[in-house]
Design a protein around this ligand. Structure first.
Ligand code: PHE
Length: 338
């Protein structure tokens, strides 16, 4: 019987197969509960003479353990095999995965940047925490101007605040370069306003600045008309209404013809046919001088728009708060935009 054990040990060591059925048959032949050869040897154990019991017992246990381990090992091999041979269905549709999209404000910001890039405007950026000089004083804000008031501005200390517009970046550009200057400054701005469907304390702007010799109001108007047509379509008209900003003179508000009614008048444009999109004007000579540019040689125009406002008009979004709530049902609608 010992010889039989030795023989099986050799056989187990030598056995190899990657075919699941062969491994299973091997298992039944050796370890099967009825006819397994090792099972039979174990049953024989009680007939082994006492003096051989110890040796035989150790050997048969080793054999059993080895056979079990071998079979487990080979089974793993055949399982992997069988998946690649039999269970892989190449015609099965792949598991769907979600493709992300850009935030609508980023989509529109990129589009504004690209529209102005095409006519030579470069992008400039600046700090969101700004000093009084760049946000107000250099831009010709009188000391007692209400925009400096605590109601509108988030002050960090009396001379430092979160910027209320990206005009501050343009002051920095004027201070650090010589005309001609053609730049736009996109960025986040902050105002101490109650959050509603039309206003938020954080929003985004793109402001533009062009300074050179002989820049006129006609240049401004033509630039804005080009922008409006590129952004809202060839049929778009613009209208300028006189307005006031401390840093521009003359100043104007820019309206575009309503997209919904093509200027005929509807609920969205409150039956005026037009929607306000931005402020603009000729840079006040005081501002040029404050930034070290000779106002007797150079003139320029500036404009500024809210990205939320443009996005709301372009995609007919009726509540500005949607942009800040990260509701996927809203954001997913912009997946195809880039
Ligand atoms: N800075 C102004 C604002 O925040 C917009 C503006 C920019 C107006 C440039 C005129 C010229 O509302």
């Amino acid at each position: 019987m010992l010889a039989k054990v030795e023989e099986l040990l050799k056989e187990v060591t030598a056995f190899n197969s990657t075919v699941a059925e062969e491994v299973e048959q091997f298992r039944i032949r050796l370890l099967g509960s009825k006819k397994g050869e090792i099972t039979a040897l174990l049953k024989e154990f009680r007939n082994v003479p006492v003096e051989q019991k110890k040796e035989f017992g150790q050997k048969i246990n080793t054999l059993k353990k080895l056979a079990q381990e071998k079979i487990e090992e080979l089974k793993l091999g055949t399982e992997n095999n069988s998946t690649s041979n039999h269970d892989l269905d190449l015609s099965m549709p792949a598991a769907p995965f979600e493709v992300g999209g850009r935030h609508p404000l980023s989509v529109v910001r990129n589009e504004i940047i690209s529209i102005f890039n095409r006519i030579g405007f470069a992008v400039s950026e600046g700090p969101e925490i700004e000093d009084d000089w760049h946000n107000f004083t250099a831009l010709n804000f009188p000391e007692e101007h209400p925009a400096r008031d605590m109601q509108d501005t988030f002050f960090i200390d009396p001379k430092i605040a979160l910027r209320t517009h990206t005009s501050s970046v343009q002051v920095r550009v004027m201070e650090n370069s010589t005309p001609p200057i053609r730049t736009i400054s996109p960025g986040r701005v902050f105002r101490n306003e109650a959050i509603s469907a039309r206003a938020h304390c954080i929003f985004h702007q793109v402001e533009g600045l062009y300074i050179d010799k002989d820049v006129s109001f006609a240049d401004l108007k033509q630039t804005l008309l080009y922008f409006a047509k590129e952004m809202f379509g060839e049929q778009t008209k613009i209208r300028l209404r006189p307005s006031y900003f401390p840093f521009t003179e003359p100043s104007a508000e820019v309206d575009v013809s309503c997209q919904l009614c093509s200027g005929k008048g509807c609920n969205v444009c409150k039956h005026t046919g037009f929607l306000e999109i931005m402020g603009c004007g000729m840079v006040d000579p005081n501002v040029l001088e404050n930034a070290g540019i000779d106002s007797t040689i150079y003139s320029g125009f500036a404009f500024g728009m809210g990205i939320e406002r443009i996005t709301m008009l372009k995609y007919q979004v009726n509540d500005l708060r949607h942009f800040f709530e990260n509701d996927l049902r809203f954001l997913k609608q912009f997946k195809t935009a880039y």
